[in-house]
Design a protein around this ligand. Structure first.
Ligand code: AMP
Length: 290
């Protein structure tokens, strides 16, 4: 990694964490929790406080290879500045010669994606609780002028009480373009993003509609055999509701009012929270224990 980049990490670290300089010696490392695009995540415990955290290890070589240091810095800055019960905390970071370590809040139940795959689809109360939690987290982020743009089940984690946590800030641009070329999924993209048009906060509202559908039906609404057809279906808003599983008319109403091509006509975050399906089904504490 270029000296300048190393230097900028060091400076950033000093600016953001004047009180504590963390190092690997401060932690006991436990089992691996998962593997991401740029490294691994481990369960870890801070030796003094015994506080359990997740330690994300990112290889500088990878960051350099994909020219991502600015983006990583942005992610760290954004995520460490956010304080919301449904946004995964980034407590701090440090680095050695080869690696960058992110000290993250531990999400005991892991990816929401796992839950969705295990059960096929979610009960309405659980889905509504997740959508309400996401809506509140996004309202908070939007207030702070942060658009996530890459919300999908893999980026949503669950804590030990089943409370939803948005993770992976700032990766949106990179991970999206990677997904276009490597995994080929466009499933969560709003039409204006598919068309490469200017977009704003309303892209997150569209994604809430896609997720709500996926939580309830177990598949994304515009899924197709290939990218081109997903692309077509998103642009046409080719939305249909299968007969099974049985989903309430109120849930379908909410989905239809979010998956609207004209971004100015999508239901606002405020209105989502007031929607009868959310009011009736969401647990206001955000806790989902099954
Ligand atoms: P990522 O590199 O962020 O994609 O993370 C890779 C995997 O590690 C994820 O798919 C999760 O299963 C797991 N993971 C990441 N962050 C955490 C966390 N804070 N708590 C628990 N598991 C995590």
């Amino acid at each position: 990694m270029a000296t300048q980049t190393r230097e900028s990490y060091r400076k950033k670290e000093e600016e953001e964490q004047p009180s504590k300089k963390w190092s690997l010696q401060d932690f006991e490392i436990g089992k691996p929790l998962g593997k991401g695009k740029f490294g691994r995540v481990y369960l870890a415990r801070e030796k003094k406080s015994k506080y359990i955290i997740a330690l994300k290890v990112i290889f500088k070589e990878q960051i350099e290879k994909y020219h991502l240091h600015n983006q990583l810095q942005r992610e760290m800055e954004i995520q460490s500045s956010l304080r919301h019960p449904n946004v995964l905390r980034l407590f701090g970071w440090f680095h050695d010669e080869e690696r960058i370590f992110l000290i993250l809040e531990y999400a005991h139940r892991g990816e929401l994606y796992g839950e969705l795959r295990k059960f096929g689809h979610l009960p309405e109360k659980q889905a509504a609780t997740y959508i309400a939690s996401l809506t509140q987290a996004l309202a908070y982020c939007h207030e702070k002028h942060v658009i996530h743009r890459d919300i999908k089940p893999e980026n949503l984690l669950l804590d030990f009480e089943g409370r939803l946590k948005i993770a992976d800030f700032g990766w949106s641009v990179q991970s999206r373009s990677k997904r276009l070329t490597m995994c080929g999924t466009l499933d969560y993209l709003a039409p204006e993003m598919v068309e490469n048009k200017a977009h704003d906060y309303a892209v997150d509202n569209w994604t809430l509609g896609v997720l709500c559908y996926e939580f309830l039906y177990g598949v994304a609404p515009f899924e197709a055999e290939n990218q081109t057809n997903t692309f077509r279906r998103i642009l046409k808003v080719d939305l249909s509701f299968p007969a099974t599983p049985r989903v309430s008319a109120e849930a379908k109403n909410l989905i239809s009012r979010l998956l609207v091509k004209d971004s100015t006509k999508r239901l606002s975050l405020q209105k989502i929270m007031e929607h009868p399906w959310i009011v009736k089904n969401a647990n206001p504490t955000g806790i989902c224990i099954d």
